[in-house]
Design a protein around this ligand. Sequence first.
Ligand SMILES: C[S@@+](CC[C@H](N)C(=O)[O-])C[C@H]1O[C@@H](n2cnc3c(N)ncnc32)[C@H](O)[C@@H]1O
Length: 243
Amino acid sequence: MFSSQGPTLRELAVQALSSTEHGYDLLAPKFDHTPFRTPGRFLTATADVLRPLGPFDAGLDVCCGTGAGIGALLPLCRERVTGVDFSEGMLAAAARSLPQPEPGGPVVDLVRADARTLPFRDGYDLAVSFGAFGHFLPAERPALFAGVHRALRPGGVFAFPIGAPQSFASPWYWALRGFDGAMRVRNLLWRPRFVMYYRTFPLGGVREDLAAAGFDVRLSPLEEFGRRADGSPRWRLVVARKA
Ligand SMILES: C[S@@+](CC[C@H](N)C(=O)[O-])C[C@H]1O[C@@H](n2cnc3c(N)ncnc32)[C@H](O)[C@@H]1O
């Protein structure tokens, strides 16, 4: 699962016994060698759906980590791209890997903040987020979505990929369920908490919370990831527009 440059089992265990924020501080130098960094094909598929909705001036990557989403936003945004994350270590790794700014191209800034209390207002016309929603408890979604809504200009778009639920017949269903169960036990018994669950971000509840935050929600199938036996897409892009 990990390359030889990725974290050792011991390092992963130490990270998993830390808080979410400090766990990422520790993982940051090796994060890009783990499968947790969003793979390029998700970034490309997302950019392909968003491009016709642009052009955009300012883009925001929520929970940017080492900058996967920033790289996807740069060709879509004319003026500015901001990455926001609460892990200082991840932001430092992002800063090291940012491409050289192109003359006349968008400027990049990195902001350390908790996504549950985003400090932006009416500054962006596009926000994205990749691979981070497992770190938010369902009860925290309204604050997260309200913060993104506040950060966007009227008509601005918040977009992120979301996977279809696994069927009972799939070994992944049981693996992810087992992981979430183990995390719940860990978080009952150990402090600080490391919040990471795979099955707490279902499309139905997410749509309701986005609508309650003031978004008009549409879904775009990401066909490159194929379809399930019942014909529904394996992955969709949620495209939520601030009214
Ligand atoms: C799995 S990484 C994904 C990073 C990047 N978006 C990517 O796709 O490669 C999750 C990121 O979410 C950040 N994160 C988790 N909870 C957060 C919160 N409450 N506020 C800000 N960042 C948070 C972590 O620090 C980490 O960088």
